[in-house]
Write a protein that binds this ligand. Structure first.
Ligand code: SF4
Length: 541
């Protein structure tokens, strides 16, 4: 079912007539150009990797409709906000950003502002009430409607708010404007059937919908055929994949999918994010261990080490089960880098509960943890729970947890010293590379490595090098001894030429996708809740 606000009715628009013409006289059925020049767009993304994925779809849809990417985002004719509802104060930040755009909109009524994503799905017409200069509000289930809604807003000279209650088009069937020549997202499912009490995402993203394995593999193969070396399988709860199919088709579907990715020619690295401990079965671990192109990396959200807190979070595993999974993974994949998400200060968390979390962290020896201070998210069951903790208690526990994890991460990274690693050279991940004359890449286990090229020249993003690690820092590794081998790749050629894969629709972020080891300093902190850890916020399973 779709909701349309009164703003859609002709004449009730939230901003004045832009052109002084009768509604529709200018835009009906014409391409989005002014004086023959394509209108430009920019998409601002907040939130998890699911949003990064959706943003690339939005960009692809807009380009398919004749818009051009703005050279300067500050002068774009269309500004799209792809929002996140997970972070605390997400709405304040959105309205602040919309407020900053208001003078531009007043000065240039041709400009259009669209708001999509989880916050739009949640707040709907509240957005056009609070920011009546917004032209379009669309939800997580009807991303494909964006160009039509922009047209209709121009035509009707009225704000358009359209929210679908369930998925209308699987996002991966939409065109995408890919950002990377060497790494690509492939969505395998959307939505989640779990009901974690701190998470608003199920109500915004809906029940899990699984994409057919043949479609997933066709997209993976198309990317590999275009030279993409790394694919990240994406879903809110990837290892529940197949639950929608039921029967034999659903049994072990995620493990089978991983194994099938192993047969895709040219595909060198397969990652996935994120699994849920409840569904993480031995067949998945075996598939990871036995499929050479599946990377030795696992993001396994713990959330709390206290069984009482896990119960109140409605997380169906217990700490002992969690640790058993890790032990099994390490037995099968000895060098696996395992990361996690942890929430500190969940309602009712006692000092004893918190001590249990510290104990699990000590035992688990995560390569990295995304740690979050619990904060109430309106609309979640946890927001109504008794025992909300004072900020200073949460802060103090948080600092103790961070200190412990930093120490462990550093020890784990120092243990990498002397190892020879293969890196997929990346772009945009080494903020200080210019000053340090280093390049940056990701090891197979996802660790971030800054390396000195030494005498090797012509290394491009998308190429593959091997280096020896000579220093482990808490958040990254350093290899200053030069490059042992350098393999030029088709992805590197494409990156150098500025071309992007043209295969089946998918997305490809500039980062490698999974929770990063040694996240660059300019990469915003992820926030828990859901979605998958990404550029500005992230998640938990
Ligand atoms: S935290 Fe993850 S598993 Fe839990 S409800 Fe949210 S999306 Fe689902």
């Amino acid at each position: 079912m779709q909701q349309r606000t009164p703003g859609e009715r002709a004449g009730t628009g939230s901003h004045p007539s832009i052109f002084g013409e009768t509604p529709g006289s200018r835009w009906a059925g014409v391409a989005p150009t002014l004086a023959g020049v394509s209108r430009s767009y920019t998409v601002r993304t907040y939130g998890c990797q699911m949003n990064v994925h959706d943003s690339e779809r939005m960009a692809g849809l807009l380009e398919g409709a004749g818009y051009a990417r703005a050279e300067d985002p500050d002068t774009a004719d269309v500004v799209v906000f792809n929002t996140c509802a997970v972070r605390e104060n997400a709405d304040n930040k959105l309205y602040g950003n919309l407020g900053h755009l208001r003078p531009r909109k007043v000065a240039n009524p041709d400009m259009q502002i669209a708001v999509g994503g989880c916050l739009a799905q949640k707040d709907r017409e509240t957005i056009t009430r609070r920011a009546p200069w917004v032209d379009v509000v669309f939800g997580t289930h009807n991303v494909h409607a964006l160009p039509t809604l922009l047209d209709r807003a121009r035509h009707n000279e009225a704000a358009q708010v359209e929210i679908a209650e369930s998925l209308e088009v699987f996002p991966s069937t939409l065109p995408a404007r890919r950002e990377s020549a060497y790494a690509g997202w492939v969505s395998i499912s959307v939505g989640c059937n779990n009901t974690c009490t701190f998470c608003i995402v199920p109500s915004l993203r809906g029940k899990e919908r699984d994409r057919r394995p043949g479609d997933v593999l066709a997209e993976v193969s198309a990317l590999a055929a275009d030279g993409v070396l790394e694919v990240t399988l994406l879903g809110q709860n990837v290892n529940a994949y197949g639950s929608e199919f039921g029967g034999e088709a659903g049994r072990g579907a995620f493990a089978k999918l991983l194994r099938s990715c192993g047969d895709v020619e040219g595909l060198e690295r397969v990652r996935f994010t994120s699994p849920h401990p409840r569904d993480f079965t031995s067949d998945v671990i075996a598939a990871m261990a036995q499929t050479p192109n599946v990377c030795p990396q696992l993001h396994m959200p713990l959330q709390s080490g206290s069984d009482d807190v896990l119960r109140r979070m409605r997380r169906s595993y217990r700490s002992s089960r969690f640790l058993r999974i890790l032990a099994e993974v390490r037995e099968s994949i000895p060098h696996a880098a395992i990361s996690t998400d942890i929430i500190v200060g969940f309602p009712g968390e006692t000092e004893r509960d918190f001590a249990d979390t510290l104990d699990v962290v000590r035992e688990a020896r995560f390569a990295q943890a995304f740690t979050f201070q619990y904060s109430t998210r309106p609309g979640t069951p946890a927001a109504e729970m008794d025992g909300q903790l004072p900020k200073e208690v949460v802060q103090e526990r948080y600092e103790r947890l961070v200190a412990l994890q930093e120490e462990i991460s550093w020890q784990e990274n120092r243990a990498q010293e002397g190892r020879e690693v293969e890196l997929l050279v990346s772009s945009g991940e080494g903020r200080k590379d210019g000053a340090t004359r280093r390049l940056t890449g990701r090891a197979r286990d996802g660790r971030l490595v800054h390396f000195a090229p030494g005498t090797t020249t012509g290394i491009r993003p998308g190429d593959v090098v091997t280096v020896v690690i000579d220093r482990g820092a808490p958040h990254h590794l350093v290899a200053d001894g030069g490059v042992l081998t350098h393999r030029r790749t088709r992805a590197g050629d494409a990156a150098e030429a500025g071309t992007r894969p043209a295969g089946a629709p998918t997305t490809a972020p500039t980062t490698l996708g999974l929770p990063v080891f040694g996240r660059p300093a300019d990469e915003p902190e992820p926030a828990t809740g859901c979605g998958v850890p990404a550029t500005t916020s992230g998640g938990s399973r």
